[in-house]
Design a binder for this molecule. Structure first.
Ligand SMILES: Nc1ncnc2c1ncn2[C@@H]1O[C@H](COP(=O)(O)OP(=O)(O)OP(=O)(O)O)[C@@H](O)[C@H]1O
Length: 572
């Protein structure tokens, strides 16, 4: 779950979301604030020292004071650089910690969402939330409190120093503050809308890349390259337009703030200059005051930056909230029922009903599969065979009815335990980038080398079943392997998982007959005595069976065992 509060304004929600990750580093955060106070304090001293240098040193003709103050300037400069370096590094560490913490939370949440979510959501949309949106929220959650604390500190110190120099000029400069605030509030809808457009266009572009890279072979084969490039150009155009709008909004809002700050300086020049000419202020005071007015603009600009960051973070947080609102369709029970050992692999479906939205796929499906049977599941395309398998692995729960493994309802079992016991090998198994070894260890991290080699051997991959073979890279998207090899690696993984129920979803369909036969034989040899469900469109290709069940009109209908079920194996 993404621990987002539903109450409070969005900026407060952003802070509340990030707070648990900051809390672990509260010491570092406090250290950064103190260092930033030190750096700001050090930056506020020079104008004051300048006033003394001008009035007491230069105008007063005291070279010793001039040299002394030059020494102090140098020390302040060196200390300022050192403090800034340390605080920036500490800030980087803290920001990364918070960013990674939030992102890991979203990734954890994504792992709980059902296949239906991934079927209807574009990959780039998810990516841009994981990347850009979370970074925007993190920046706001860290920068806003720290920036505002520092700005408040700098403003108070600058105000005190300015008041001590000239209350009249101070009042003049601060009279412009309401104008700063009004200008910011006026630009708010503009900033928010443009930030929203940038995030949307960025997500659309990420989706384009994710989808077209995955489909590159198809794009090449259909000569669609030029069309895809045109689509990319269109995305670039839209993205640029959104970026330009957002830049114009930021430049406009920031520009007004800078003009107002500049106006303050000009006022000091005009009023301070005439007071100095009348002998009511020294030149040093006016010079120092101008420097403070410029420095006082810093905190105001920080506040303006925080305000603009808030508008962007609001948009990003809203997008993350949409993701957080997606709830898992299944969860592991708090107190799972333990399966009796050894797990037998009895499966029972009792009046199972399930549909995607309105459309009913399973409508009262009932079946007993005693442990150790090998059953073929047949049915027309779209009848719901893969859906049934998804229910057996609990990617969804039935809308009504239930499924039992060894007499225990699946939703009462620990989810991880269930998915260890019920393993699916489908026709296009997913292999992770890396070596053959990485892929086997993905499902069995603790398996030792001999166990990996044995699994490969049993799966019919004798040519990989040596230490060097384990190192073979499977390539990105397993492109360095044939489909038969990919299936055998998936089979080796299933062997390592040692399931009670093995499901083969069209595993050998489309393979050359000898390859298909060899895989069927490997499965029958290794998994003899385990429950096996073989989804197939071709009964002749799956070897000997204990029964055939057809999924028809949402129900499971057992077929008479009249057909010769094992012509293939006898032929081998
Ligand atoms: N994520 C989904 N959202 C909505 N409908 C879906 C989804 N997945 C599958 N369906 C629909 O549910 C029905 C059953 O699909 P399923 O993939 O289970 O059929 P199947 O029997 O395995 O088909 P095939 O033999 O062609 O693989 C189909 O009408 C399909 O369009």
């Amino acid at each position: 779950m993404i621990a987002l509060r539903k109450k409070g304004s969005l900026p407060l929600q952003a802070l509340a979301w990030a707070w648990p990750t900051v809390r672990g580093r509260a010491g570092a955060a406090a250290g950064i604030v103190v260092l930033s106070f030190l750096a700001s304090g050090a930056a506020l001293l020079p104008p004051y020292l300048t006033q003394r240098l001008v009035d007491d040193g230069i105008v007063g003709g005291r070279m010793d004071v001039v040299l002394q103050l030059c020494g102090v300037f140098l020390a302040l400069l060196v200390a300022g650089v050192a403090v800034e370096a340390v605080s920036r590094l500490a800030y980087l560490k803290l920001s990364a910690h918070v960013l990674f913490g939030l992102r890991e939370q979203i990734y954890r949440h994504l792992q709980t969402l059902a296949p239906t979510y991934y079927a209807r959501t574009r990959g780039g949309e998810i990516l841009s939330r994981l990347d850009g949106d979370v970074a925007e929220v993190q920046r706001f959650a860290i920068d806003a409190p720290m920036g505002l604390l520092n700005a408040a500190f700098s403003l108070v110190v600058a105000l005190a120093l300015m008041l001590s120099l000239s209350p009249l000029l101070t009042a003049l400069v601060f009279a412009l503050v309401p104008l700063h605030v009004a200008a910011l509030l006026g630009s708010r809808p503009w900033l928010e809308r443009s930030a929203q457009a940038v995030r949307q266009q960025s997500a659309a572009m990420s989706s384009f890349f994710v989808e077209s890279l995955r489909a590159m072979k198809f794009i090449q084969a259909t000569n669609a390259g030029a069309r895809q490039e045109a689509e990319l150009r269109a995305h670039h155009g839209d993205y640029f337009a959104a970026l330009r709008r957002s830049q114009v909004a930021s430049l406009g809002a920031g520009g007004v703030q800078r003009i107002l700050s500049g106006l303050g300086v000009l006022l000091v020049f005009a009023v301070g200059g005439s007071l100095a000419a009348a002998g009511e202020l020294t030149v040093g005071v006016v010079v120092a005051f101008i420097a403070y007015t410029t420095r006082a603009a810093g905190p105001l600009q920080t506040a303006a930056g925080v305000f603009m960051g808030w508008q962007r973070a609001k948009v990003s947080l809203q997008r993350i909230r949409e993701l957080a609102a997606e709830l898992p369709t299944v969860t592991s029970p708090a107190q799972p029922v333990a399966l009796a050992q050894p797990v037998r692999g009895d499966l029972r479906l009792v009046d199972v009903r399930f549909g995607y939205g309105e459309a009913r796929v399973l409508d009262g499906a009932s079946l007993d599969i005693p442990a150790g049977r090998k059953l073929a599941l047949i049915g027309a395309s779209g009848a719901g065979k893969s859906t049934l398998i998804d229910l057996l692995q609990r990617h969804y729960d039935p809308g009504a009815g239930h499924i039992l493994l060894d007499g225990v309802r699946l939703d009462r079992l620990d989810l991880a335990e269930l998915r260890r016991r019920v393993v699916v090998v489908d026709q296009d198994p997913v292999l992770m980038p890396g070596s053959v070894r990485d892929n086997l260890r993905f499902v069995a991290p603790d398996a030792d080398e001999p166990a990996l080699l044995r699994a490969l051997d049993l799966a019919g991959l004798a040519r990989f079943a040596h230490a060097g073979g384990l190192d073979k890279a499977v390539g990105a998207s397993a492109s360095a392997l044939s489909r038969g090899e990919r299936l055998r690696i998936a089979l080796a993984r299933a062997i390592l998982q040692d399931p009670a129920v093995l499901i083969l979803d069209e595993t050998t369909s489309g393979l050359d007959l000898p390859v298909a036969q060899a895989i069927v034989m490997a499965v029958d040899r290794v998994f003899a005595g385990r429950t096996r469900i073989v989804i197939t469109h071709n009964l002749a290709s799956v070897g000997e069976l204990d029964g055939v069940v057809e999924l028809r009109d949402g129900a499971l209908v057992e077929q008479p065992p009249a057909r010769p079920l094992a012509p293939l194996l006898r032929a081998v």
